[in-house]
Design a protein around this ligand. Structure first.
Ligand code: AMP
Length: 219
């Protein structure tokens, strides 16, 4: 299965992509995570992306298209993948179409996670992840069962993204509305667009995604 999760920052793409990865053995391909890894490793790409990302603007199409082109050829993508945060512009979507056509593979679905914009600033500014395994949490909405201890790996170190502040979120929302939202008619015209209610609680969203994809919740 080859999927795209589409939605503004804070829509829950990362959370649902992690669940799809665990349930169906699909590789989660998050360009945001890859760029953050490049920044941490102080690579050429990371140095170019750092300030742009901190402001909440989009990194150039060439950079992210190059990253994804390399990544989808790797062995763990053979069983399928979930694109989380890519494509974000029509030019990226066109580049993806060409990449998939060259490999003779097709997209199965593009899932739009629909959310109210007013909720997003709260969602994004409250979120944090386990520094060890990357499990996602939120100050108010998704707390670990034991305070300060990761449910998944029992890690006790957590981190917040540098760009999860209000000014950057507002810029990211503008980027979404101006540059990414045109992908909705792009994929609707290709008959692959499905919508789910991203305002529901995370388990209900997982159930709805499985339903629109016509798959079970696991396996
Ligand atoms: P994300 O983790 O998906 O929220 O992405 C964090 C930031 O990384 C974005 O605000 C952009 O600066 C950059 N980024 C991630 N994916 C892309 C993409 N497909 N195109 C351009 N910039 C991206």
């Amino acid at each position: 299965m080859r999927l795209i999760l589409l939605g503004p920052p804070g829509a829950g793409k990362g959370t649902q992509a992690q669940r799809l990865e665990a349930a169906h053995g699909l590789a989660q391909l998050s360009t945001g995570d890859m760029l953050r890894a490049a920044i941490a490793a102080d690579t050429e790409v990371g140095r170019r992306a750092k300030d742009i990302m901190a402001r909440g603007e989009l990194v150039s199409d060439d950079v992210v298209v190059g990253i994804i082109a390399d990544r989808i050829g790797e062995a763990d993508c053979a069983n399928g993948f979930i694109l989380d945060g890519f494509p974000r512009t029509v030019a990226q979507a066109e580049a993806l179409d060409a990449m998939l056509a060259a490999r003779d593979i097709a997209l199965d679905a593009v899932v739009e996670m629909k959310v109210d914009e007013e909720a997003l600033v709260d969602r994004v500014t409250g979120r944090y992840t386990c520094a060890q395994c990357g499990a996602g949490y939120h100050d108010r909405n998704i707390k670990p069962a034991r305070d300060g201890v990761c449910d998944r790996c029992a890690g006790t170190e957590f981190s917040r993204r540098e760009d999860d502040n209000e000014a950057s979120v507002r810029t990211r929302l503008e980027a979404y509305n101006g540059q990414t939202a045109p992908l909705l008619p792009y994929y609707a015209a290709r008959g692959v667009l499905k919508g789910v209610d991203g305002m529901a609680d995370p388990d209900a969203v997982t159930t709805e995604i499985a339903a629109v994809l016509g798959v079970g919740l696991s396996g």
